[in-house]
Design a protein around this ligand. Structure first.
Ligand SMILES: [Zn+2]
Length: 301
């Protein structure tokens, strides 16, 4: 397997709007978990008239600290990468405080009962952006300019935001230095995720600011390793299935030995996402719609 060199060292403090680069500040929410690492990093871009990216979870202390930290400035835009509960719910509260409009790709996508298991932070089904952004749309603030990059995969409505000066990409949960991204069907889609990673490899931003964890500098080799890692996982699944038809739990037990038990559910969902990808390509079949209990068979062993 391709090694992914995760960066776990992360310099930050809770409770303070920190300057992390010229024109970029960050406030980290106190919602650490196996999925959020130390917590949600809410970014502020610009000075005086600013945009807030991913206001974060419903946590009054977090929003109060953010609003107080920006009391001498005006929040003109609220940008949301996607509507998981650790990213978007505070947009409503921040909007109430500031009157700024919210920007995002759209509301949460397809939802089925299969998604109710708490394998990630869960979806914020109430989120509806005031302004719906499409791929390539440009948002102009006072002294800053951001391009929207649609990156479905983690969720169907995921956007990255490309700041032009200083050149930087806010990658949300699409690309994180500290961890791989969970891809949970049905809204998460492995085919889209890999395509969205490939889309990013054609970009030139030298620094990525994920919503969780440390920034990623000179990021392209890392992005290529993420793509190779997923492709190798898919090959491993094919290899396992050459032995005998298998279910998701059987594949996870074989492929993820020594995994943190808190992440078994996520590994299962990622494996299912890879199987749905292979199913869409006609390389595997199963008796019904692909789910965690389906038996998957190679169509051309
Ligand atoms: Zn997420």
């Amino acid at each position: 397997m391709t090694m992914i060199f995760h960066l776990k060292e992360h310099e930050f403090v809770y409770g303070k709007l920190e300057s992390v680069a010229p024109g970029i500040r960050r406030l980290t929410a106190r919602n650490p978990s196996a999925f959020t690492f130390h917590g949600t990093g809410t970014y502020v871009i610009g000075q005086g008239q600013v945009a807030v990216i991913d206001p974060g979870p419903l946590d009054s202390d977090h929003i109060q600290t953010l609003v107080e930290g920006l009391s001498a400035e005006t929040v003109t835009h609220i940008l949301v990468t996607h509507c998981h509960l650790d990213h978007s719910p505070a947009a409503r509260e921040l909007k109430a405080h500031t009157g700024a409009l919210t920007y995002g790709f759209g509301p949460h996508g397809e939802m089925t009962k299969g998604e109710s298991e708490p394998v990630e932070e869960g979806a914020d089904l109430d989120f509806m952006p005031d302004v719906r952004c499409a791929h390539g749309d440009v948002i102009n603030g006072l002294g800053w300019r951001v391009e929207c990059v649609h990156t479905p995969g983690h969720t169907s409505n995921h956007l990255c935001f490309a700041l032009d000066d200083p050149s930087a990409l806010f990658t949300g949960d699409h690309i994180m230095a500290w961890s791989t991204t969970v891809v949970i069907p049905p809204d998460g889609n492995m085919t889209d995720y890999i395509t969205s990673l490939e889309k990013i490899t054609r970009r030139t931003e030298p620094t990525y600011w994920p919503t969780h964890g440390p920034p990623l500098r000179e990021p392209l080799p890392y992005v290529h390793s993420l793509i190779r890692h997923r492709q190798e996982r898919i090959q491993q699944i094919i290899q396992q299935l050459t032995k005998t038809p298998q279910t998701v739990p059987e594949l996870v037990a074989a492929l993820y030995q020594g995994l943190d038990t808190r992440l078994t559910g996520a590994a299962g969902r990622s494996t299912l996402a890879s199987l749905i990808h292979l199913h869409d390509l006609g390389q595997v079949s199963c008796d019904s719609q692909p789910d965690l209990n389906s038996q998957f068979t190679l169509t051309h062993p």
